[in-house]
Design a protein around this ligand. Sequence first.
Ligand code: COI
Length: 356
Amino acid sequence: MTMQTTLDIDIQRTQSSRLSQVDFNNIPFGRIFSDHMFIADYSDGEWKNPHIRPYGNLDLSPANSAIHYGQSIFEGMKAFKSEDGRVLLFRPYENFVRFNKSAERMCMPTVSEELFIEGLRTIIDLDRDWVPPQEGEALYVRPFMFAMDDYIGIKPSDTYKFMIFTCPVGAYYADPVRVKIEEHYTRAVKGGVGYAKAAGNYAASLYPSKLAREQGFHQLIWTDGQEHKFIEESGTMNVMFMIDGVLRTAPTGETILKGVTRDSVLTILRDWGMKVEESPMTVAELVSALETGKVTEAFGTGTAATIAPISAIGHKDEVFDLNYNKDTAMSTKILNELEAIKRGQIEDRFDWNMAI
Ligand code: COI
């Protein structure tokens, strides 16, 4: 069956929905994909042919330049089901802006607001029954773009695909996370691509993360690439620390991703009248605050992770236990407020939700 939208999206619906096979009481993160995917093609200097097809494999040349040279970027968002049956997508315009910043840095074409937002609206609306209703679950939305030229030379591709698929998800981290301060390997450097959601950033983090996992940690806290002196981010999340009653986090910039959840948390805390400080923090300062018991809480913020409480921080041979207590944690209060806004349970006072 074919139907048209304002963007003239050619839609072919699946003949055999997989929805009935999904156990919504037990959803792993990122392994179950909704019925459809959105695709637009870039060639001759313009985006064309927006279409939706049943979710499925792509046909790629072995010489595809994204595979060889990594022109590949992505975004992540979440949509929620409200109690009155609406589907609410959280802050998509922020992701639109960041997507185009990533595209520019990776020498890829930008997308128009219409293509990004209408693509999102249409694919989410079509698969709205895949949005899980349960607390703690959401529809994860993954827009991405990659090069499509078949060419074994280094140059920006002339052709690209912009795509969106969605997947119902549960928690990204099932338990509070143990993180290790990384002072050897580097995620991002000044002048590099750390602020972009470039696929290669995540590939580069795998080996140091594997080493950290072997030492009993779930994740790293990256430090700056020049001196390994300043705290940066956690790779899947921005990181925040409650020190002496002040919420501290590193300022975003060239080497730190401008997280949407990060901004949402800071906005809520400022609205609550809490002290929030976005300023560079040295590893020495953090370790000293840990040693003297001044760090009462630490947590990560990210779309996939939402608010991920940190239970322990490793530094060199030491591990600092934060005595995380879900019932009394500030992060629980923040998470509850954020979730209530996203699910339409309280007023959307910052105008963050886009109803679909
Ligand atoms: C997100 O939080 O949406 C991300 O892109 C991080 C990824 C590790 C899932």
